[in-house]
Write a protein of this length. Structure first.
Length: 376
């Protein structure tokens, strides 16, 4: 598999068309500029513009160790090649898909599940942190090489989170540690994804969606297929070279900025027969009870409050319910929070989540009224 990666990257780097396509569709910023006294302000300006337009940006000269990434992909390939019965031993439904193996999911607003399987891993937190924030422990397969490879990749990508958080904080006019103060002991969630070859004609690898986190880090995948919707509503191919990664804004960053920063709409499609795809995605989350309320400066900038006052958990729980990954306990906890009413007030409540509340006899009058409007 490593030879496949090298060939893929080599083809990308020598292809002027591919490089132009990357440059023409999502902005490209240079990590070296971030550390440059004379060009730092350009890095921040370009980052801000990218987040306000498409919500995607490619960061070159990231210095992510390609060997660490290759090792993770090799370990993933070995794991996903195992029989479903064996993989399912790493699945615990009561964890709402937040740890271990998950046999696909359904993107928000979609009627069919994606054609993929994935594995969720987080940092190895001390027991007191897991207890304090109610984090589940990682679930590991028997193959220790998988565990080691994923832990090393988390460490490799995690070293960039504080830098990105500081840059994003500066780009919204906040103190450099604004976002880092939210994510300290937050959930760094690595998703190792396998997209099997030849999805059915009426199914895609990953339907159009946004990410529910603050921001996402995506190093290169093993095959093409990632597409982002640009400001003109067009689907654009995105290929990540070996020395770069993608940053995209998530729903929580969009919420904080009252929609000024765009939570990037993206999808993954199969473009060639008999080609499977593997990717690694790092979701950066705040702590469970951190506030994601729109900042007053962005409410003033937009001229109205377009997003709800919610916590990280409230946004995450609604998404898990929408995806069908929730447990009865999570649904009840979400209902008690009252978040659905606040989301309804700004027209951002998920119809699927409201239906789930109604089906469980947990719907409030405003939920029932809104569903009547949807269904009439």
């Amino acid at each position: 598999m490593k030879q496949l990666y090298k060939l893929f990257v080599a083809c990308f780097l020598i292809s002027g068309i591919a490089q132009a396509k990357l440059d023409a569709t999502i902005p490209v910023i240079d990590m070296n500029d971030y550390y440059s006294k004379s060009r730092h302000h350009i890095f921040i300006k370009d980052l801000s513009e990218a987040m306000q337009t498409v919500g995607f940006v490619a960061v070159i000269n990231s210095k992510v160790d390609p060997e660490v990434l290759d090792n993770a992909y090799n370990a993933a390939q070995n794991f996903y090649a195992k029989p479903l019965q064996q993989k399912s031993k790493c699945q615990k439904t009561e964890l709402n898909g937040q740890r271990g193996y998950v046999q696909s999911e359904m993107a928000k607003g979609q009627a069919k599940k994606d054609y993929k399987e994935f594995y969720h891993i987080t940092r190895e937190y001390p027991a007191q942190i897991r207890i304090q924030y109610h984090y589940a422990a990682n679930i590991w397969p028997e193959d220790q090489s998988f565990t080691l490879a994923m832990q090393q990749l988390i460490q490799e990508l995690d070293q960039y989170t504080t830098v990105i958080e500081s840059a994003l904080s500066e780009s919204i006019g906040a103190e450099p540690d604004f976002l880092t103060n939210m994510t300290r002991h937050g959930d760094f969630l690595l998703r190792s994804i396998h997209y099997p070859a030849n999805p059915p004609t009426d199914t895609v690898w990953a339907a159009a969606h946004t990410d529910i986190d603050l921001f996402t880090i995506l190093p290169r995948a093993t095959a093409e297929g990632l597409q982002v919707k640009n400001a003109q509503g067009e689907w654009i191919d995105v290929i990540v070279p070996d020395n770069a990664f993608i940053i995209n804004a998530g729903d929580m960053l969009q919420n904080i900025t009252n929609g000024v920063y765009k939570s990037a709409v993206h999808r993954v499609i199969s473009k060639n027969k008999n080609i499977e795809r593997y990717s690694m995605v790092a979701f950066i989350h705040p702590r469970p009870d951190d506030r994601m309320d729109p900042l007053p400066k962005f409410v003033a900038q937009v001229g109205a409050k377009k997003f709800a006052n919610v916590t990280r958990n409230e946004l995450l729980f609604e998404r898990l319910i929408d995806l069908g990954l929730h447990s009865p306990a999570l649904l009840e906890q979400f209902a008690k929070s009252g978040a659905i009413s606040r989301l309804i007030e700004v027209n951002r409540a998920s119809p699927h989540a409201m239906q789930a509340l109604r089906d469980a006899n947990l719907a409030t009058p405003d939920v029932l009224l809104r569903l009547e409007k949807y269904e009439s």
